[in-house]
Design a protein around this ligand. Structure first.
Ligand SMILES: [Zn+2]
Length: 237
């Protein structure tokens, strides 16, 4: 019964802290989603001056950087594009792969940015790949430990949960330099391509900036969540 009362008190904190910590993060994340969709839609409708599809631009940048071994695959979905360092493949969605718009070119070049990071053993990318297994364990365990710790008033369990959650937060933070750096590489490559004009560079910058904001929002949300959880711990001690 006492456990239950303590839990109820904490649950109350848990809910009230929601507004202080989670609402700003939610608003930023909604704004980021809105922004990427709007910018993406706008620049999917504008042809780049390069006159080549996303896949062709990706191939050209890969080859120029000595990455002939990287295969380009087409995957289903929208904005589902990624580079996989394990099998050295670049997966592009149909809109990006076949499209000749500014958005197609920018996103394709960004993914190639990750391939170049991999080739150069960019430290933040290596760190991110190293952390991936720990992150997947943490994602499935952290919340059970945190809520279980609160329910049974067993703070050791809670603390282990917090440490695991900390790994997730760290991962979202390490993702930021990786993404910013890939976009910087993409913009440099696009700017150096034959036939590039001001609008293509400007539009690519806008698309990549909007995409970066979604990663900033994710990091902010993860930090807000861990601060909220920590604030519950302090109030109860
Ligand atoms: Zn990326």
């Amino acid at each position: 019964m006492i456990n239950f009362l303590i839990f109820a008190g904490r649950y109350h904190n848990y809910v009230s802290s929601y507004f202080i910590y989670i609402i700003p993060a939610m608003l930023l994340s909604l704004y980021a989603q809105f922004k990427i969709q709007a910018v993406y839609r706008e620049y999917m409708g504008r042809l780049s001056s390069l006159g080549r599809s996303g896949a062709e631009v990706a191939r050209a940048i890969l080859d120029k950087n000595g990455l002939r071994n990287v295969n380009i695959k087409e995957v289903p979905g929208t904005l589902s594009d990624f580079y996989d360092p394990r099998d050295k493949s670049l997966s592009l969605s149909k809109d990006i792969s076949d499209g000749t718009s500014i958005a197609s070119v920018a996103v394709a070049a960004h993914e190639v940015g990750h391939a170049i990071q991999d080739k150069e053993s960019y430290p933040m990318l290596n760190l991110r790949s190293l952390m991936a297994p720990a992150v997947s364990i943490s994602s499935s365990l952290a919340m059970y430990l945190i809520l279980g710790g609160l329910f049974f008033n067993f703070m050791k369990l809670f603390d282990i949960g917090i440490i695991l959650y900390g790994i997730i937060v760290l991962f979202t933070l390490i993702t930021l330099p990786v993404e910013f750096n890939a976009s910087r590489r993409a913009l440099n490559e696009i700017s150096a391509m034959p036939g590039v004009n001001e609008e293509t560079i400007y539009g690519s910058k806008k698309v990549l900036k909007a995409a970066a904001l979604t990663y900033v929002a994710a990091a902010f949300a993860a930090i807000s969540e861990i601060l909220r959880l920590l604030s519950m711990r302090r109030r109860d001690d």
